[in-house]
Design a protein around this ligand. Sequence first.
Ligand SMILES: NC(=O)c1ccc[n+]([C@@H]2O[C@H](COP(=O)([O-])OP(=O)(O)OC[C@H]3O[C@@H](n4cnc5c(N)ncnc54)[C@H](O)[C@@H]3O)[C@@H](O)[C@H]2O)c1
Length: 341
Amino acid sequence: MSELTLITGGAGFIGSNYASRCISRGDKIVIFDNLSRAGSKRNLAWLEQTYGKGSFELIVGDVRDAAAIQEAARNASKILHLAAQVAVTTSVTDPRNDFEINAQGTFNTLEAARLSGNKPGFLFSSTNKVYGGMENVRVVEKETRYDYADLPEGASEEQLLDFHSPYGCSKGCGDQYVRDYARIYDLPTVVFRQSCIYGLRQFGVEDQGWVAWFVIAAITGRPISIYGDGKQVRDILFVEDLCDAYDAAFQRLPQIGGQVFNIGGGRKNTISIWMEFKPILEKLLGKKIETTSGDWRPGDQPVFISDIRKANQLLNWAPRVGAEEGISRLFTWVKENKDLF
Ligand SMILES: NC(=O)c1ccc[n+]([C@@H]2O[C@H](COP(=O)([O-])OP(=O)(O)OC[C@H]3O[C@@H](n4cnc5c(N)ncnc54)[C@H](O)[C@@H]3O)[C@@H](O)[C@H]2O)c1
């Protein structure tokens, strides 16, 4: 069987970046996407413009449709499952839709992999939200940020699972199914519990993709609201570094089948979402940014920092793009493509 990579959600932010990398090195890919995300059609148009018509196969389909995803996965040797309802806020207002796309949709995609009989490598993009509020971990408040009192390297994969918010539950359900299919069906699966990913081609909105949203809002002059005190800390990871990690994992399957990895920028690439982000953004913009404030959002962790040592050891992977460098690249892309927003 010749190599074929199926990317569900391949028209999205992460998916189109990974698709671009695959096409540019000559991989055969199929993008399976229902094009529900604003920006997904623009990402496809960009892929076509960059690499030409016919450089990838597109199936406009929905992961809730078991037969459609089964057909799409029939000849795949690798599956990167990214298709998802991605906003915590939307999951709270419409939990059924969130469950059907994230939990059942992941189950359908996994079943499609199993039923194909090819044992394709299967990589699932889970989330750090599966660790919930981490109330058992001591947090200290500093001048511009929160921090862990006792976890210098961040949260490891040993952290207790505590699904918080419908999004946390539906992604967590998928996460556990993907892991279990390696045990029960010997399918070479890997789970990436991703932290905040940011980068070019991210059509961030207030509800999801905060790094891109702040950059887009600052450049286009839209109002910015900060929920909570702006000292929430995240480890941010530039999308190219994430794509390196996907490659590293696929290359090491099936040896790492059934493994779970925390994937983020790690301690070196932490930033508080406004207290430390704001000065960087104001410097790039060349002027002050006004904001309004609102209450903390459900499930919002005061700190999340991924301990990425397991990925470092087993995948021989580490982020290469520092936070300031990545933010500056994103800023330049948004500025040069203002008409897209
Ligand atoms: N961006 C992040 O910071 C981040 C962090 C952790 C986990 N993740 C996960 O990574 C994955 C990709 O995220 P992204 O930031 O690229 O989001 P995105 O919204 O840009 O991409 C998701 C894609 O899935 C498609 N999609 C949505 N519902 C679908 C359905 N029912 N059937 C088929 N396609 C559907 C959308 O049209 C979109 O193109 C998601 O699974 C998300 O949960 C992202």
